[in-house]
Write a protein that binds this ligand. Structure first.
Ligand SMILES: NC(=O)c1ccc[n+]([C@@H]2O[C@H](COP(=O)([O-])OP(=O)(O)OC[C@H]3O[C@@H](n4cnc5c(N)ncnc54)[C@H](O)[C@@H]3O)[C@@H](O)[C@H]2O)c1
Length: 260
């Protein structure tokens, strides 16, 4: 086990699979304690077991991200299990792709709720707990203790994508939250950044099932391929660690040169 996140408590939403799972494991490998949130309870439990096998502590949270109540519950899980939370990764997400003319109201609302409202609510719940702590620390004259929010956006949230008006709107909104929160919260030493990943997961595998569709998709990447979730996770470790204490309001694309 390495030590870049030793002593940190981290909440990762949607951590039962894909990128979130890799982030939870990478955080644990760096010494963090992890709240593994996923609405798929058995997936969350399995990742908790994987984290424990690394010799790190983890606790599961089965909240469905997208409401204030779920956000408060997942952040509370971290405070109760680990007596604090230092890092929140807003990763949980779904797709409901349709062209604009046949996208239903439910397709639009669900994607906005999970990604945009879920990110907003989890950030809000964390900051409501962190603000009084940061103020007390300042009053005691302690050096600023950096706390971190890492949001997850997408190429769609930076340049748009056909069939994703719901998802692009949510992911562009998440960039707006990231930059706004960085400005609001910097004075409390809360760093807020976002990652725009591209990785082969359950979310993206259907897009490359057909060989011709895969060829066309890979042609959009400078590096000619999707990454693995394990290639994305180190960026999250960096943004969670002390090494990024002077970085805020940024969007880091870890996408094989998809957005350049
Ligand atoms: N894979 C990519 O190439 C890619 C590209 C850009 C952005 N992203 C973003 O990265 C994040 C992770 O995507 P992924 O590819 O790992 O997807 P994934 O489908 O492999 O994993 C998502 C996980 O989130 C969980 N989840 C879904 N809705 C939830 C909710 N409301 N509450 C709690 N858990 C929930 C799922 O059960 C699943 O375990 C998403 O925000 C996605 O939009 C992924």
């Amino acid at each position: 086990m390495s030590e870049r996140l030793m002593g940190k408590s981290c909440v990762v939403t949607g951590a039962g699979a894909g990128i979130g799972r890799s982030v939870a494991l990478a955080f644990a490998a760096e010494g963090a304690r992890v709240v593994v949130n996923d609405l798929d309870g058995s997936a969350a439990d399995a990742v908790v077991e994987e984290v424990s096998a690394l010799g790190a502590e983890a606790v599961a949270s089965y909240e469905a991200i997208g409401t204030v109540a779920a956000a408060e519950a997942v952040i509370n899980t971290g405070f109760e299990a680990f007596e604090g939370v230092d890092v929140v990764v807003n990763n949980a997400g779904i797709l409901r792709d349709r062209m604009l003319h046949n996208m239903s109201e439910d397709d639009f609302d669900r994607v906005i709720q999970v990604h945009l409202k879920g990110t907003w609510a989890c950030g809000r719940a964390a900051v409501q707990r962190w603000r009084p702590l940061a103020k007390q620390e300042a009053e005691r004259g302690e050096a600023p203790r950096h706390r971190k929010i890492i949001n997850v956006t997408s190429a769609s949230g930076l340049i748009g994508a056909v069939g994703q008006s719901n998802y692009a709107a949510a992911k562009m909104g998440i960039v707006g939250l990231t930059k706004t929160w960085a400005k609001e919260l910097g004075r409390l030493a809360i760093n807020v950044n976002a990652i725009a990943p591209a990785a082969l997961t359950a979310m993206t595998e259907p897009l490359v099932q057909d060989p011709e569709a895969a060829k066309q998709r890979y042609a959009r990447f400078a590096l000619g391929r999707y990454g693995s979730p394990e290639e994305i996770a180190p960026g999250f470790v960096y943004l969670a660690s002390k090494e990024s204490d002077y970085v805020t309001g940024q969007v880091l694309c870890i996408d094989g040169g998809l957005v350049i």
